[in-house]
Design a protein around this ligand. Structure first.
Ligand SMILES: C=CC1=C(C)c2cc3[nH]c(cc4nc(cc5[nH]c(cc1n2)c(C)c5CCC(=O)O)C(CCC(=O)O)=C4C)c(C)c3C=C
Ligand code: FE2
Length: 478
């Protein structure tokens, strides 16, 4: 019952290719799979800025082709500054052996319901994702009936939230704007690229973006998830979809792809966040007295402790880097980090945002600046959860002066940094080998078997629902 459509999702058109030549200069990197196949960590040289960039195959040994760019491209020399990849700056003339490259950038995001009627099917897609509700292997057949049940039961509460922010999620509009801004920033760097948007749980779906990329005959692709920090539940889940699509398609499996897995440590991002915080602090009457309150989206503890999700470590390092940047500007405010938006019956990363707000208020903190850090656009969890629920809770708990830093959106220093990240990642794009990747367990889609599974699963889910343990587990999602 996945809701998918064939509507095209291209964010940008007017693409023109530029000339590149593949050379055989190469560097290699090895990737390991810590417990979960999704939590891939790539061992590149420590000081390499390609550390968080990997190519899609995620096979044990990757070979990356270096590019030789036209001398007229002023950024050519920055492409291959890591590893043993070299750039000789040779001008590329149009003769045989030279490839006309068509560069694509795929922005990955979560997606959100455009209107209230979309809320339940959007929630279904989210809960049907095995990276969001992780069932033991034996119980995987329950995934879709459970997703159906939870989405139907949770929809009324979620709808209230979306109604409070205007009747739908602003994510699609903002992500499209970011795609346009990125295309322009790349153009300013003399890189002509198509920028696509692929959402995980709502339109425009990642699958549609990939079809468009194929139709446009893109020859080199950079995948840029709009999550600064990597989590199995966000970037990991979207990459799993890409792996599955690329594996099944002979053309796509040959397309050179580079995935920027995380970018929270990039100077441009850190400085852009520090700029926003600095500006917002100035709106308080006593800026130095304000507690800087970083609120990150939570994940279940088991992701971090049992499946090697680097999310918590990356989040803490990200906060450290932002605070270091603020200190360098003479801003020495106190700060804290807490995790918001927990859902379901399991333990999530602590401390929880709501609990910390109450403690801070009760302990005498009077001024607080909330900083959302896990996402770069406004969405329901900034506009409703932080701006309404948490603000009310904070004021009730004794905090007098409340402020909130806006999401980065299309902030120009941030978009320029993303464009630079794309440019740096381009040479490490590597063709995916259809046969070498054993990291994904493919679900096969025999329709008769799927139907029987769904029917059997629904009956079993209904029976299981009668058990008190199950009732309380499902209740936790509401
Ligand atoms: C880094 C960001 C995010 C992580 C990590 C994440 C994990 C995660 N989320 C859920 C459940 C829900 N998320 C919902 C909405 C939502 N989630 C994120 C980001 C992260 N999620 C965003 C930006 C949004 C909002 C999208 C929008 O429409 O604006 C929702 C739906 C909203 C609601 O009903 O509260 C749910 C449910 C889980 C279970 C999870 C990790 C396992
Ligand atoms: Fe979420």
């Amino acid at each position: 019952m996945d809701v998918k459509s064939s509507s095209a999702l291209l964010s940008n058109t007017n693409f023109s290719g530029f000339t590149l030549r593949n050379s055989d200069h190469a560097f290699s990197t090895s990737c390991s799979y810590p417990r979960s196949p999704m939590a891939v960590s790539c061992q590149l040289s420590k000081n390499s800025h390609h550390e968080n960039v990997t190519s899609l195959p995620l096979s044990n040994t990757l070979t990356n082709h270096c590019l030789t760019f036209d001398k007229r491209n002023p950024l050519g020399k920055t492409f291959c500054s890591a590893g043993v990849c070299t750039y000789d700056g040779v001008a590329v003339e149009s003769h045989s052996g030279i490839v006309e490259e068509k560069v694509g950038v795929l922005l990955l995001n979560l997606g959100g319901p455009d209107k209230l009627d979309d809320v339940q099917p959007f929630l279904y897609n989210l809960f049907a994702d095995p990276d969001i509700i992780r069932l033991p292997r034996l119980f995987r057949f329950l995934q879709r009936p459970l997703a159906q049940l939870i989405s139907v039961l949770r929809a009324p509460k979620s709808k209230e939230g979306y109604a409070a922010i205007g009747g739908g999620s602003p994510l699609r509009k903002i992500t499209d704007e970011q795609a346009n801004a990125l295309k322009m920033a790349l153009e300013a760097m003399k890189i002509s690229a198509n920028v696509y948007v692929g959402m995980r749980y709502w339109y425009p779906f990642t699958e549609e973006a990939i079809q468009q990329i194929k139709r446009d005959r893109i020859t080199r692709l950079v995948v840029l998830p709009l999550y600064p920090q990597y989590s199995i539940s966000t970037t990991g889940s979207s990459i799993r979809v890409l792996q599955s699509l690329f594996r099944k398609d002979a053309h796509l499996s040959k397309l050179p792809v580079a995935v920027i897995k995380s970018w929270y440590q990039r100077e441009g991002y850190v400085k852009s966040m520090a700029d926003l915080i600095t500006k917002e602090l100035e709106t308080f009457s006593e800026p130095s007295e304000v507690m800087i309150f970083f609120s990150a989206h939570g994940v279940p503890v088991s992701y971090v402790e049992n499946s090697g999700d680097p999310y918590k470590d990356q989040m803490e390092e990200c906060i450290f880097l932002i605070m270091q940047e603020l200190k360098a500007r003479g801003i020495e405010n106190k700060h804290t980090l807490a995790y918001q938006s927990r859902v379901g019956p399991v333990q999530w990363l602590k401390p929880y945002t709501d609990e910390v707000l109450v403690e801070l208020g009760q302990s005498g903190v009077k001024s607080l600046l909330a900083v959302p850090v896990s996402f770069v656009s406004e969405h329901i969890e900034t506009l409703e959860e932080i701006d309404m629920e948490y603000k009310e809770l904070a004021l009730e708990s004794g905090i007098k002066n409340w402020g909130r830093v806006p999401a980065l959106g299309c902030t120009s220093s941030f978009i320029t940094d993303l464009a630079e990240a794309v440019v740096e990642a381009l040479p490490s794009a590597t063709a995916m080998s259809a046969s070498s990747d054993t990291s994904i367990v493919e679900e096969d889609h025999d329709p008769i078997r799927d139907f029987v599974k769904l029917l059997f699963g629904s009956v079993l889910a209904f029976l299981l629902l009668l058990s008190p343990k199950m009732i309380s587990a499902v209740k936790n999602y509401l």
